[in-house]
Design a protein around this ligand. Structure first.
Ligand code: PRP
Ligand code: GUN
Length: 187
């Protein structure tokens, strides 16, 4: 079992991390996302779900920039569970909080990495009878290990192939609250 991190270690992770995207970069990306999502979905009365936990910060910051009628919901699916590599099985900790049958659905998540999480979530929404399912992520990680053909409809930022944290993304459970996007030293 992985040892819990101490306060000093957590401060050191931040002190040694590389800032990949500043708070201002993130804000610009959210404004662009809001504009593109509004163009596409303003007349469709969608249900907008955040995938917990990582999607929480993005959803909170994006939703108030969407000036059209929508319902908000959440679902909790996790693959990494506080580690820096993902397990093969997606664990559902909470099913979708709002029914989606016949509805336009927009899924919000923090990061599209290998893609297993969003691919399974989209499949599950389709199986629950959603009329159409769109996806938006704050960050797309650039590498050639994507495990899915899924194309993300709205992407905020692209990051290099490193383990990142901040803006909803954790380092072993911590630092989701960081306002920029950072890469862990050595990862
Ligand atoms: O594209 P993938 O390789 O599947 O990884 C992306 C997923 O990993 C993280 O979730 P995680 O399982 O860490 O749970 P969390 O949201 O609670 O951090 C993140 O929030 C995405 O949902
Ligand atoms: N926090 C975090 N979660 C992830 N899930 C998949 N990739 C990542 C990553 O780089 N950082």
């Amino acid at each position: 079992m992985t040892q819990p991190l101490t306060l000093e270690e957590l401060k050191q992770v931040m002190a040694e991390a590389d800032l990949l995207k500043s708070e201002a970069d993130v804000e610009d990306a959210l404004n662009r996302l809001a504009s593109d999502i509004t163009d596409r979905l303003a007349d469709s009365m969608p249900v907008v779900y955040s995938i917990m936990n990582g999607g929480l910060v993005m959803a909170g910051r994006l939703l108030t920039k969407l000036n059209f009628p929508l319902e908000q919901g959440y679902m909790h699916a996790t693959r990494y569970r506080g580690e820096t590599t993902g397990s093969t099985d997606l664990q559902w900790q909470a099913p979708p909080s709002v029914p989606m049958e016949g509805r336009t659905v927009l899924i919000l998540d923090d990061i599209f990495d290998e893609g297993n999480t969003l691919a399974e979530v989209v499949k599950s929404c389709e199986a629950q009878g959603a009329k159409e399912v769109l996806t938006a992520v704050l960050v797309n990680k650039i590498h050639d290990r994507k495990n899915t053909e899924l194309k993300i409809d709205f992407i905020g930022l692209e990051v290099e192939d490193r383990y990142v944290f901040g803006c909803g993304m954790d380092y072993r459970g911590y630092w989701r609250n960081a306002a920029g996007i950072y890469a862990v030293k050595g990862l």
